[in-house]
Design a protein around this ligand. Structure first.
Ligand SMILES: *Cc1c(COP(=O)(O)O)cnc(C)c1O
Length: 457
């Protein structure tokens, strides 16, 4: 048996040439997006008005297993990929666990997260279609940053609606986006009809992702040569993010390592969907078995307390309906929750897999997440994003369980990014001002009440 290095790096030549589309191997396909007006599946033509053509094809295709990655995207990937798979020797030692712990580190680029993997793909297809620019929303700011890097690379205009609470808490994020040429507007804003309406109904609101999405979609559909792009939730984003899992699998295979438990944080589900893609493929085909755990915040518990239903993807209800685990499109998570896992819904692909019992989900509380973040920073050196730290929390918990039972489990988790722009949240934690917020059933019911009537089976 070869000795396993601290970092398993892949060669540039080993960079995947194709993305893998998990849906191709699913027996129960994720339910199609519905047009809320007709309750019929959205057609390619209807979606083309909002999204880039090639991306719509990827969105609707649940049969093609592999998509070639265009040469220009591969060239861009080469600037920061393949990303390392790290054996967390120091963490294992500190925890005194018999478990082996590995993490796939996606924070090694200026955007500081995995989101660049899809941003560059989406910008490429927008450019290829001859568009002038794209619009989007950003919550914690990582997606907006990633997209502005990608649009700068291809010379496209980029208009970002940033959830107001983040816009105010993270002025430096905003400046990074502007450095790459994006224009950034706090949402809700008075620039759009839907923004003005939300402001009227909820004066003083700190905004939400669902609301910023509505604004960005309206902006794109009312301006010639613009399309809307989204950094998570959609099938196309999971497709692009499969590069994370494909690299992870190649690295593990090199050393004959077979994971027992794969863990990822879940906001809209893109990093987790990407990380698990090739492993879930084997699981779906009955070739191997893995325990797969999605980790979400207790303050925004879509999987663990949400409903599996058709719901709006945005607060303004301008987007198609998606069948997913949801807290209701007007659910607005507590403003004291730090980080980007605040979306009310979840990828419909992951929702279906979860519904079919192919993966598990747990929710964790904010202070225990920051305890894990700090522990990890002091042990492994990397200062993790709060989102990523949800996965760290559960990886540590699983490793500690192994210590009790003596099991030598192999644990792999996704370290999606770095937390340099989240120091205000770390500051709260250090000052003992961070609170755990868990919505009551009554709080959640308000969100569920906004879920529209379901289509007939
Ligand atoms: C956006 C983000 C997430 C959550 O998004 P998913 O689509 O669920 O992956 C997790 N970690 C980081 C660092 C992020 O920026």
């Amino acid at each position: 048996m070869k000795e396993i290095p601290y970092k398993i790096y892949l060669d540039e030549k080993e960079l995947p040439k194709q993305w893998y589309n998990l849906r191709a191997d699913m027996k129960n396909k994720p339910a199609p997006l519905l047009n809320p007006a007709t309750m019929k599946p959205m057609t390619e033509k209807e979606l083309d008005g909002v999204f880039c053509e090639e991306l719509v094809k990827q969105e609707l295709d649940d049969k093609t297993a592999y998509f070639d990655i265009p040469e220009q995207i591969i060239d861009f990937y080469k600037m920061y990929r393949p990303s390392p798979l790290v054996r967390a020797y120091c963490l294992e030692k500190k925890l005194d666990t018999p478990a082996e712990i590995y993490y796939k580190f996606e924070g090694n680029n200026t955007s500081g997260s995995h989101k660049l993997n899809s941003a560059i793909a989406q910008a490429y297809y927008a450019k290829k279609q001859g568009l002038k620019g794209v619009t989007t929303e950003t919550g914690a700011g990582q997606w907006g940053t990633a997209l502005s890097m990608a649009t700068a690379y291809f010379g496209l205009d980029c208009r970002v609606y940033m959830v107001k609470v983040s816009y105010e808490q993270k002025p430096f994020r905003r400046e990074v986006m502007r450095t790459y040429g994006a224009s950034v507007t706090p949402s809700p804003s008075t620039l759009t009809k839907v923004g003005r309406k939300i402001l009227e109904q909820h004066p003083g609101t700190t905004g939400s992702l669902g609301c910023a999405i509505s604004e960005a979609v309206e902006d794109a559909t009312t301006h010639e040569g613009y399309r809307y792009v989204l950094g998570s939730v959609l099938n196309q984003v999971l497709l692009h993010q499969s590069i994370i899992g494909l690299e992870t699998k190649t690295a593990l295979d090199k050393y004959g390592i077979k994971p027992d438990i794969i863990i990822g944080c879940a906001g809209g589900g893109s990093n987790l969907g990407g990380l698990i893609a090739p492993f879930m493929r084997e699981k779906l085909r009955g070739e191997a078995d893995y325990r797969i755990i999605a980790v979400e915040p207790a303050s925004c518990p879509s999987f663990t307390r949400g409903k599996f239903a058709y719901d709006f993807c945005d607060t303004g209800m301008v987007c198609p309906l998606a069948k997913m685990y949801t807290l209701g499109s007007n659910f607005i998570p507590s403003a004291n929750h730090a980080g980007g896992l605040r979306y009310h819904g979840m990828s419909s692909t992951l929702s279906q897999l979860y519904h079919d019992g192919l993966m598990e989900a747990v929710s964790v509380e904010q202070t225990s997440v920051f305890e894990a973040a700090e522990y990890f920073a002091r042990t492994e050196g990397i200062l993790p994003a709060p989102e990523s730290s949800h996965a760290i929390r559960v990886a540590i918990d699983q490793a500690l369980r192994c210590k009790e039972t003596g099991d030598k489990k192999v644990i792999v988790f996704g370290l999606t990014g770095t937390g340099y722009f989240d120091m205000a949240a770390y500051e709260k934690f250090h000052n003992g001002q961070m609170q755990d917020y868990i919505p009551t059933d009554a709080d959640l019911q308000k969100g569920f009440d906004g879920i529209p009537p379901q289509p007939e089976e």
